[in-house]
Design a binder for this molecule. Structure first.
Ligand code: 475
Length: 790
């Protein structure tokens, strides 16, 4: 499309969709007008993709996920359509800042963290690879809370992405299903009929997702809940206004807000309702589409692949069996076999507190028919394997991981290490029974968002050096490798990083009022706050470094800026304490004249996709320091390495594979391995011993205890410290010395700027394998049995 076409489309929407002329248009008007003009360009490829899928009678992939952390969509769409230059020029003509227009778009945070962002990267790759696919999820009215700090403490505020006009979706009032809850099951012979006690309507909203180069578009279909009965007019007329609106309020609660907990499971009835709500609506939609083309439901697995993103949609197993068996009269065992052939399940965490369990009592009251079917699935499976004692139900709970495993033909982990640990630990027994079921699909990230658009300086350099085919084939980045010997290339590579850092430094000054030295090492830890991710180990190291610099300010220290960002679950007390501690340390350290040219600490509030896009291109050092065995994969680690950051990290998750690919000599490794961590945990007093053995750690802890960072309130971090001393399940103390030493090695290398740049180039050149295009090809071949349509 030409610039003229884009201009015309935008002016058309400005006038006829927004009722404005250019002279009076506000930034929001321009943003919505541009979005609608861009959306218009997506519709034809979108229709064409649908026609090609129908016409070729192709199998479709359905990705069921409670979370899609998509962020802003406008730049993504513009970049994928190849309209970036055109859009920039048009806005120059109107003297409107294109950057402001892009920044006006709300960041759609329909997810918590890694799991939700992975789903969003997968959408981009599915379209790029022309794989016929639908994402299915919930259209939350409020996404992940906004984070503010008040006196260093996290405060949560509701997020309102929809109130600022979401220009991408098409409402589909005709694509609606009634979803039931509760009620009774009437058994007649071998058949059962579920009569729900209450119900809500699931209504579809479609967002087209265009792939790289604009050749193919899939659909993200999000469900919102509305009441079957809008409004109780009788009660209203009696003057009972609040009561009259009750049915509506109750129904809308279901899609009102995203649960803000990641990696903990809370067993709330509303959460289960949300899970069943979107899963049931999606399955009904999938069967409706199948039936519009085929009549034999037994052929479902030939045309339908359903991926369960963690156990949140695990009720899909029993629900599909219910639809096939109860509602379509297919024999129970056949129904289970058909469902299993369609379903596959991705596990994202082995942390016991994250593995979903629902009490049989709750499940039985909310989904009585499903509870019966789960019992039957469990009994059948147990009967088939009488020598084993594996049960889906345990202690009055249904274990959703086990249910998903039994109902899936493939179960995958998200990194090589994580998949091995699945086989050895959580699913050891099931793996013995079904040794071919577990497969690995190491995560990846989309190169369009996480290099091309977020890092225009580096992208332009790569284009100039090797052309731009890397965007659709990230392994082509290996062609950069020979250029590591070219001093001109190295200088350009260093300059791109330096400019990104200078830009971030300006942003930090503007938003946080902290002056940071753009020449210093930008050392970045960005992710949800969790004990297993060990932000507290990082801040302890920061304290120790500060103390060491104060002891001897002229010892030739490498200047550092420690940057943190991430949200804590609102109910996770210790994680919130860690945030408070980091902010307290920042306040003191940043105002210390002795260290101020050498060390700064910044906690950027409200981490989200947009902030990640700012931080990642400016990173020198990527902190990937989880306790070995606890981080399933990580994906931020991949984004940072791809953008030339060196990793300081443990042998955990995908770090292992990153290190293999970028080379051990280009990676700062420290800490125990996963088996060593397990063994160490069994040593009594491991933490106390580690603290006694490490004067550096002991002194850092002592400073916290003495109230150095919380003057007048030395008790503030008592729980953090006690936890470290007396339990330290995540082995912060045991790994500390190794971490500290590795940091000092990073300091030394950073001083040798040319060496650092070479290592940085190699990280970029060797990270091509971590494209989500590669990951999705893996799912297509190993799990779904589908092919790209060309
Ligand atoms: C892993 N989220 C990362 C990433 O595979 C991994 C759990 C319960 C409720 C809501 N959200 C969650 C997760 O479990 C999660 O995000 N897991 C993450 O998945 C993608 O890279 O290591 O921690």
């Amino acid at each position: 499309m030409t610039k003229a076409g884009l201009r015309q489309g935008m002016l058309h929407h400005l006038k006829y969709s927004l009722g404005k002329d250019p002279a009076h248009a506000q930034v929001r008007d321009w943003r919505v007008a541009l979005s609608l003009a861009v959306r218009d360009r997506i519709v034809d490829p979108w229709f064409a993709a649908t026609r090609a899928t129908y016409g070729g009678r192709h199998k479709r992939v359905y990705y069921l996920s409670m979370e899609f952390l998509i962020g802003r969509l406008l730049e993504d769409a513009i970049v994928n359509l190849g309209l970036l230059d055109e859009a920039e020029e048009v806005f120059r003509e109107y003297d409107v800042s294109f950057g402001d227009v892009l920044a006006n778009e709300p960041d759609a945070a329909l997810g918590n963290g890694g799991l939700g962002r992975l789903a969003a990267c997968f959408l981009d790759s599915l379209s790029t690879l022309a794989c016929p696919a639908y994402g299915y999820g919930i259209r939350y009215e409020h996404g992940l809370f906004r984070q503010r700090f008040v006196d260093g403490r996290q405060v949560e505020e509701p997020e309102t992405w929809l109130s600022d006009t979401h220009a991408w979706e098409f409402q589909r009032p005709e694509a609606a299903f009634e979803i039931g809850f509760g009620g009774e099951v009437a058994e007649t012979g071998s058949r059962a009929l579920w009569q729900p006690g209450e119900s809500v309507i699931a209504e579809a909203h479609d967002t087209p997702i265009i792939g790289w180069r604009g050749n193919w578009a899939n659909t993200l279909r999000l469900w919102s809940a509305r009441p079957t009965r809008l409004f109780d007019l009788e009660r209203f007329n009696r003057g009972e206004f609040a009561a009259a609106a009750e049915p509506e309020a109750l129904a809308r609660t279901i899609s009102r807000v995203l649960y803000p907990d990641d990696t903990t499971e809370q067993g709330k009835a509303l959460r289960l309702k949300q899970e069943y709500f979107f899963t049931a609506a999606s399955l009904r939609d999938i069967l409706r589409r199948f039936r519009s083309e085929y009549d034999d439901l037994r052929k479902l697995p030939l045309k339908v692949a359903i991926q369960l993103n963690d156990t949140h949609p695990a009720i899909a197993g029993p629900e599909l069996v219910r639809l096939l068996h109860d509602e379509n009269g297919i024999d129970f065992d056949d129904a289970v076999a058909i469902a299993r052939a369609c379903l596959s399940y991705t596990n994202h965490t082995l942390m016991p507190e994250a593995l979903e369990r629902w009490s049989e009592a709750l499940l039985g009251s909310l989904l009585p028919r499903h509870m019966k079917l789960i019992e039957r699935i469990d009994d059948t499976h147990a009967r088939q394997h009488p020598d084993r004692k594996m049960r889906i139900r345990e202690d009055g709970d249904v274990r959703m991981g086990e249910l998903s495993f039994v109902m899936a033909h493939k179960v995958n982990g998200v990194s090589a290490l994580h998949t091995d640990l699945m086989r050895q630990t959580v699913f050891a027994e099931l793996n013995r029974l079904h040794p071919d079921r577990i497969v690995n699909e190491t995560n990846g990230v989309t190169p369009r968002r996480w290099l091309l658009s977020c890092n225009p300086r580096l992208s332009a350099l790569i284009d100039r050096t090797i052309g731009n085919d890397w965007v659709g084939d990230l392994e082509r980045l290996s062609e950069l490798e020979p250029h590591v010997e070219d001093s001109g290339f190295r200088a350009d590579f260093a300059a791109a990083k330096a400019e990104n850092k200078a830009e971030l430094a300006r942003f930090i000054l503007e938003t946080e009022n902290i002056a940071v030295d753009p020449e210093a090492m930008f050392d970045i830890q960005i992710k949800r706050i969790h004990e297993y991710k060990r932000q507290h180990m990082n801040i302890l190291e920061t304290i120790a470094l500060w103390q060491a610099i104060r002891d001897n300010p002229d010892a030739g220290w490498t200047p550092r800026v420690k940057i943190f960002a991430g949200k804590a679950a609102p109910g996770y007390v210790l994680a919130k304490k860690i945030i408070h501690l980091i902010n307290d340390v920042a306040r003191l350290v940043n105002s210390d004249p002795v260290t101020s040219s050498l060390l700064k600490v910044v906690f950027m509030p409200n981490y989200n996709v947009t902030l990640a896009e700012r931080l990642i291109p400016a990173a020198d050092l990527s902190e990937q320091i989880s306790t070995a065995g606890k981080e399933a994969s990580g994906t931020g680690n991949m984004k940072l390495a791809l953008n030339g950051a060196l990793t300081i990290g443990t042998r955990d998750g995908a770090n292992v594979e990153i290190r293999e690919r970028v080379g051990a000599e280009n990676f700062f490794l420290f800490g125990m391995t996963a088996p060593e961590a397990v063994a160490r945990r069994a040593v009594p007093d491991h933490a106390t011993r580690a603290i006694e053995a490490s004067p550096v750690l002991a002194r850092a802890i002592a400073a916290i205890e003495a109230g150095v960072f919380s003057p007048g309130d030395p008790e503030r971090y008592r729980d953090v410290v006690e936890n470290l001393r007396w339990s330290d399940y995540f082995l912060v103390c045991s790994d500390f010395d190794s971490y500290y030493a590795s940091q000092r090695e990073a300091d030394a290398v950073f001083m040798d700027r040319d060496r650092w740049i070479r290592m940085s180039v190699r990280n970029t050149a060797r990270s091509g394998w971590f494209s989500s295009d590669r990951t999705i090809r893996g799912y297509m071949n190993d799990i779904w049995g589908v092919q790209s349509i060309v």
